[in-house]
Design a binder for this molecule. Structure first.
Ligand SMILES: Cc1cc2nc3c(=O)[nH]c(=O)nc-3n(C[C@H](O)[C@H](O)[C@H](O)COP(=O)(O)OP(=O)(O)OC[C@H]3O[C@@H](n4cnc5c(N)ncnc54)[C@H](O)[C@@H]3O)c2cc1C
Ligand code: SF4
Ligand code: SF4
Ligand code: SF4
Length: 380
């Protein structure tokens, strides 16, 4: 029976999905992350949950077969996507073959959830990054049903979600195309919900765009659209990502899940066919290819992934993993746990406020730095 420590569980849900007695539930902890909880009275000690856990079994690192820079030709699609729009091209190709696409959408309360679609129109909800952990629900089991029935399945997610799917399936399917996104790490849905409530006040949120490229891809904005009874026309709350408090906590690693500091699924360990992400630094590597509307790095780990990508009608240039890594270490490396990560969450739990926790953490960090400076100058 599975037992976990929080730094060694990414919440992939493979254990809950495989349990023959359905006696594992995913429960939210006080930081807002989901962890498995076993109903011991139902457990038959079959050991399946341990067999599929990525923190209990080693997976080999893999070398890419091919690495390319790519972008979809349609400018409006590129602008609507986080990077170069390669997800949409792959998804459309799969749907053309009567396939099914799994990805992350927002639910009615702006929680990120995994779901599937069988239509091109349905892809719009999956487009664009949602920077928080998505709830997998029963998507592993649903994907398996489609695969067993012979349908082509494109399953997209973070590397640990793809590794969770592959461990759950426990066999290779020719009709599965597994694609992971390069992953910096994930904040919890609770952190996101608190932020959203505090920023939108009494208004209802009508739109969230984590990658508003109107000012360009490199200097993207985070934009929200809000409406209220008093003012039914949507109002925009928008600022550059570096000034957005949610992104400050995310990008400085304060709000990340503990397992993200020891990720077991990067560098091909997820078992994905393709990895897609931002080609940061493309302006230096391939200046002629860059127009600041978004470019993707696409890494093929299998012949199947290479073949699917090879059939897409996109602009692409050969490149190397080393070149892509120069500005994107998240492809292979976990974030380092910041000294103040636990303090941030302690304040978050205590105050029940995202902004109070962030402000307290910033002040505490500044105070400590100031004390160190005074000590260095005066010895006091
Ligand atoms: C939490 C997170 C962290 C990321 N960190 C990095 C990074 O450090 N470096 C980097 O280069 N790229 C990172 N990315 C990937 C990048 O933001 C783009 O998602 C990716 O390049 C695909 O872009 P696209 O233009 O092809 O298509 P888009 O349409 O932008 O891609 C959307 C794809 O992302 C999936 N997705 C969206 N939100 C989530 C989620 N919460 N969980 C799982 N899957 C999701 C969708 O299902 C779809 O497959 C991250 C993405 C996420 C979700
Ligand atoms: S040991 Fe078997 S029955 Fe018990 S929780 Fe794990 S998978 Fe479920
Ligand atoms: S990492 Fe996944 S399989 Fe392992 S305990 Fe956590 S949720 Fe279960
Ligand atoms: S960093 Fe690793 S463990 Fe964290 S969400 Fe991303 S893939 Fe999962």
């Amino acid at each position: 029976m599975i037992t976990i420590t929080k730094d060694k569980c990414c919440g992939c849900t493979a254990c809950a999905a495989i349990c023959p007695k359905h006696c594992i539930s995913m429960r939210q902890d006080e930081e807002g992350f989901l962890y498995p909880e076993v109903d011991k009275t139902q457990c038959i000690d079959c050991g399946m949950c341990e067999k599929v856990c990525q923190f209990l079994h080693h997976s080999p690192r893999r070398e890419p077969i091919v690495t390319v820079a790519a972008k979809c030709k349609d400018m409006s699609m590129r602008l609507a996507s986080s990077s170069g729009g390669i997800f949409t091209l792959l998804a459309e190709a799969v749907i053309k073959q009567y396939g099914v696409v799994f990805g992350t959408r927002f639910d009615d309360n702006w929680n990120a959830v995994h779901d599937c679609t069988e239509t091109v129109d349905g892809l719009a909800a999956f487009r664009g990054s949602k920077y928080m952990q998505s709830d997998m629900g029963d998507c592993y089991a649903r994907a398996k049903e489609f695969l067993e029935s012979g349908r082509v399945v494109l399953f997209t997610g973070t590397p640990c979600q793809i590794r969770g799917l592959k461990n759950f399936l426990r066999k290779d399917y020719d009709n599965l195309l597994a694609v992971d996104v390069i992953c910096h790490g994930v904040p919890s849905s609770k952190v996101w919900q608190k932020y959203l409530k505090e920023i939108s006040g009494d208004c209802n949120v009508a739109l969230v765009n984590f990658r508003d490229k109107r000012q360009g891809w490199r200097k993207y904005n985070i934009s929200l659209g809000v409406i209220s009874d008093k003012c039914p026309n949507p109002q925009e709350i928008s600022c550059p990502f570096g000034e957005n408090t949610y992104m400050q906590a995310f990008l400085s690693d304060l709000s990340l899940r503990l397992s993200c500091f020891d990720c077991q699924a990067k560098e091909g360990m997820s078992g994905s066919d393709l990895t897609i992400g931002d080609y940061w630094g493309i302006e230096k590597v391939l200046p002629g290819f860059d127009d600041d509307t978004g470019a993707s790095v696409v890494i093929a780990y299998t012949e199947k992934g290479k073949d699917w990508f090879g059939k897409l009608d996109c602009n692409s240039r050969p490149t190397s993993l080393d070149a892509a890594l120069r500005n994107n270490q998240a492809i292979i490396s976990s974030a380092s746990k910041p000294v103040y990560r636990d303090y941030f969450f302690k304040r978050f739990v205590k105050t029940g406020s995202f902004h109070r926790a962030l402000d307290d953490t910033k002040s505490s960090a500044i105070e400590k730095r100031l004390r160190r400076l005074i000590y260095r100058k005066t010895g006091l």
